[in-house]
Design a protein around this ligand. Structure first.
Ligand code: LAG
Ligand code: CA
Length: 461
C-alpha cells in the first residue's frame, strides 16, 4: 500500500530541487514526457521562513510557518497550473512535505505567505498551532534513543506532537488539499523523527486520489545501520529511503567488483518493493543528513556510471537528483536574482542547463536510461558478467546493459535477447548492436566520458 506512483507503470521520478513551479511545468512538457519519466518530486510547497543572513539558504524550506501554498517556488495558482500541465503530458507530482516540525527556536517574523510567527512562543497563527501542539523542548543528541529521536527537537526545530488529534487533523487537511489539487503523493521529510503509528494515523485520514487509489509515499528515514530506528518500521507506510544504497553505488563505481553486493540484505537493506533509491539527495550531496562518500554531479563521469547502474539494476524505485551548482558553502541556496528571488532555469540550445542549474537528469546516460528501466520492469538480472572493472547483464529478455570503468570494452557476450539489430540508448542510436541467432553480441565500448552501452527490445531502431 501507498507504493503506487500512479503514472501508468513508469519507473523513475526526478527531484527538481528548488525549481520554480513555472519551470517545472515547462520541463514536464519539453523534456520529461519525451524521456518517459513518471513524475517530479518538488521542493516543499507550503509557507516557510525567509532568511537573509545567510541569504536564502536552501534549508529555509525545511522550516514551515503554515500550510498555505505560497513558497519561493511560486504561488498556489502557479502550483496548480504546474500540476495540471504536467498531468496533461503524463507526469505526476510528489510533494516534499515537512510534518515533523515548524520553524526553529529563536526566530519570529513573517513567512513566504505573509503569516506571522513566533517560534519561542510556539505561535503559528497561519495554521494555527500553539504551544499545546508541540513536544516540550529537549534537543536530540543521542540517536541510540528512539524516544528522543522522535520526541525531542532536531537542530532546535519546534517539534510537533503528531500523537495529538488536532495536529493529525491539520496535517491531514494539508495533505488532502494537495490531493484535491492533483498531487499523486508525498516525500515525507524527517519521517525517522516521527512515530510510525502517528504517520499511519495521518495516512488513514487521507482521501483516495480523485482517479482512485491511495497516494504514493516515500518516507525519509536515514538508516545506515547501528541505530535502533530502522527502515523496516516504515515499510507498511509506503516506500522508505535506502541511504545504504548511496554508499553501495559509490563503492561499486570505484571498484566494479563491489557491484556484486550492491544490494546486501545482510546489511539490513530494505526489500526492493519498498526501497526508494538514489545516487545522492539534496542533503547528502552537501554533507547534510547522512553524508559519507557520496557521488555527486561534481564528478560527472562517476555520477553517470552510478546513475546508469542504478537505473539498470533490479532494485527499488528510482529517484534521479537534479541539482544547482554549489561550492564549499553547504548552505547556499538556488541561483538567485539581486532580490533573492530564484532564477529561472536556463535551457541552452544543446539541451544542457545554465545560470547555475546542473540538470543531471538531462545528461544522456541518465535521461536515456529511464526508457531502459521502464522497458525492463518486472524482469530479473541474468547473463551477469563482471570482470576487470567491466560489468554487463541482461534484464530478462527485454534489455542488456554494459559499462566499462576505464572506458574500453571489447567482448562477445550472451545478451538473452531475441536476434536483431538494436540501438544503443546512451548515444541516441549512434552505436548499433547486433544480436545473433544464439543471443550473442559483440559489445564494444570506446567512450571515456560515458562508458556505457544499453539497449532494449522495442526501443528505437
Ligand atoms: C532532515 N532529515 O530528517 C534532513 O536530513 C536535514 O537536512 C533537514 O535539516 C532536517 N530534516 C529538517 O527538515 C535541514 C538542514 C539544517 C537546517 C534545517 C532547518 O540540513 O541545516 O537547520 O534544514 O532549516 C538550520 C540551521 C541550524 C538551525 C536550524 C533551526 O542549519 O543550525 O538550528 O536551521 O533554526
Ligand atoms: Ca518529532
Amino acid at each position: 500500500e501507498y507504493t503506487d506512483p500512479h503514472c501508468d507503470g513508469k519507473q523513475a521520478i526526478v527531484h527538481l530541487f528548488e525549481w520554480k513551479w513555472s519551470d517545472i511545468a515547462n520541463e514536464c512538457e519539453q523534456f520529461l514526457s519525451q524521456k518517459g519519466f513518471c513524475g517530479v518530486q518538488i521542493s516543499p510547497a507550503n509557507e516557510h521562513i525567509i532568511k537573509t543572513n545567510p541569504p536564502a539558504p536552501w534549508w529555509e524550506r525545511y522550516q514551515p510557518i503554515s500550510y498555505k501554498l505560497d513558497s519561493r517556488s511560486g504561488t498556489e495558482a502557479e502550483l496548480v497550473d504546474m500540476i495540471q500541465r504536467c498531468r496533461k503530458v503524463g507526469l505526476r507530482i510528489y510533494v516534499d512535505v515537512v510534518l515533523n516540525h515548524m520553524a526553529g527556536l529563536g526566530q519570529s517574523g513573517v513567512g513566504t505567505a505573509g503569516s506571522s510567527f513566533n517560534s519561542d512562543n510556539y505561535d503559528f497563527p497561519g495554521v494555527p498551532f500553539t504551544r499545546e501542539h508541540f513536544h516540550k523542548h529537549c534537543e536530540i543528541n543521542n540517536y541510540g534513543d528512539a524516544n528522543q529521536v522522535r520526541n525531542c527537537y532536531l537542530v532546535a526545530l519546534t517539534d510537533l506532537d503528531q500523537g495529538n488529534e488536532y495536529v493529525r487533523n491539520k496535517i491531514a487537511e494539508f495533505l488532502n488539499r494537495l490531493i484535491d489539487l492533483g498531487a499523486a503523493g508525498f516525500r515525507v521529510d524527517a519521517a525517522k523523527h516521527m512515530w510510525p503509528q502517528d504517520i499511519q494515523a495521518i495516512e488513514q485520514k487521507l482521501k483516495d486520489l480523485p482517479e482512485g487509489g491511495r497516494p504514493f509515499f516515500a518516507h525519509e528515514v536515514i538508516d545506515q545501520g547501528g541505530e535502533p530506528i530502522t527502515t523496516g518500521e516504515y515499510t507498511s507506510l509506503g516506500y522508505v529511503t535506502e541511504f545504504r544504497y548511496c554508499i553501495k553505488l559509490g563503492e561499486g563505481v570505484h571498484n566494479f567488483g563491489n557491484f556484486d553486493n550492491a544490494v546486501d540484505y545482510g546489511w539490513g537493506m530494505t526489500p526492493s518493493d519498498h526501497a526508494f533509491v538514489f545516487v545522492d539527495n539534496h542533503d547528502n550531496q552537501r554533507s547534510h543528513g547522512g553524508g559519507g562518500h557520496i557521488i555527486t554531479h561534481k564528478t560527472p563521469r562517476d555520477y553517470k556510471m552510478a546513475s546508469a547502474f542504478m537505473l539498470a539494476n533490479d532494485y527499488g524505485f528510482v529517484r534521479i537528483m537534479s541539482s544547482y551548482e554549489f561550492g564549499s558553502n553547504t548552505e547556499q541556496g538556488p541561483p538567485h536574482n539581486g532580490d533573492l528571488s530564484t532564477k529561472d532555469v536556463r535551457i541552452n540550445a544543446d539541451g544542457s542547463c545554465g545560470d547555475g542549474w546542473v540538470c543531471e537528469h538531462r545528461w544522456a546516460p541518465i535521461a536515456n536510461m529511464v526508457a531502459f528501466r521502464n522497458a525492463v520492469v518486472g524482469t530479473n538480472k541474468g547473463n551477469y558478467y563482471n570482470q576487470n572493472n567491466q560489468i554487463a547483464f541482461s534484464r530478462g529478455n527485454k534489455g542488456f546493459f554494459a559499462m566499462a570503468r576505464d572506458g574500453h570494452m571489447d567482448v562477445t557476450l550472451q545478451t538473452g535477447l531475441p536476434p536483431g539489430q538494436y540501438c544503443d540508448l546512451i548515444t541516441d542510436c549512434a552505436t548499433k548492436i547486433t544480436v545473433d541467432g544464439s543471443g550473442m553480441a559483440h559489445i564494444v565500448i570506446n567512450n571515456n566520458e560515458e562508458p556505457i552501452v544499453a539497449f532494449i527490445v522495442g526501443g528505437p531502431t
